[in-house]
Ligand binder design. Structure first.
Ligand SMILES: [Zn+2]
Ligand SMILES: [Zn+2]
Length: 165
C-alpha cells in the first residue's frame, strides 16, 4: 500500500491524515490469518523540525475457531504502530523509507496484523467447550458426563461397609 506524500511535503501543513481501505487480498497473509474484510487503515503523518513520522491505525476482521469448542467465529482487532519516515535508512520496525516522496507501508501493516492477532479466542467468554468424554459441544447440548456418578467399585465398597454397621 503506497502513499504519495508529495503534496503534504510541499505545503506548510504539519499534519495530514489518509483514510484508506486495504484490499485483504493485497495483504496476502498466509493461511494462519483469514481476513474476512478489507482492512481499515488511517495513516497520520507529522512533520517536526527534523523529522517526519507516521502513526498508523488498523482495524481488521478475521475468521478463526474457538479455542474451546472449535466453532467458527469472527474476531475484530484494532491496533496501531508508529514509524519514522526517512530517506536514508533501511526499513525496519521503526522506520519506513521515503522513495520519490512515497512510502510503502504494506510490510509493516502485515507485520502489525501478525503481532496483534490473539493466539486464542473464544466464541464467547463463558464457552462451555467440548466434553472430553463424549465429544458433544456443551454450548448446545449439555451431556451428563460430568454429573456425579458413583464409581461402581466405590458402590460395592459402600455396600460392604453398610453390612458391617
Ligand atoms: Zn466456543
Ligand atoms: Zn459428555
Amino acid at each position: 500500500m503506497i502513499i504519495n506524500l508529495k503534496d503534504f511535503l510541499n505545503n506548510k501543513e504539519l499534519h495530514t491524515q489518509y483514510n484508506l481501505t486495504i484490499d485483504k487480498n493485497i495483504l496476502d497473509l498466509d493461511s494462519e490469518i483469514r481476513l474476512i474484510e478489507d482492512v481499515d487503515c488511517s495513516v497520520s503523518v507529522y512533520k517536526t523540525d527534523d523529522n517526519l513520522y507516521s502513526e498508523v491505525k488498523l482495524t481488521y476482521k478475521y475468521g478463526d475457531n474457538c479455542a474451546r469448542c472449535n466453532e467458527e467465529l469472527e474476531n475484530q482487532v484494532s491496533t496501531d504502530f508508529n514509524v519514522t519516515i526517512n530517506a536514508s535508512m533501511e526499513e525496519d520496525d521503526l522506520n519506513v523509507v521515503l522513495i520519490d516522496d512515497k512510502i510503502d507501508l504494506t510490510d509493516l501493516i502485515k507485520q502489525s496484523i501478525y503481532l496483534s492477532k490473539p493466539l486464542k479466542v473464544l466464541c464467547k467468554e463463558d464457552c462451555k467447550g467440548i466434553c472430553i468424554k463424549c465429544g458433544s459441544n456443551n454450548n448446545y447440548d449439555e451431556c451428563d458426563c460430568n454429573d456425579e456418578t458413583i464409581d461402581p467399585r466405590l458402590e460395592s465398597l459402600a455396600k460392604l461397609l453398610d453390612k458391617e454397621v
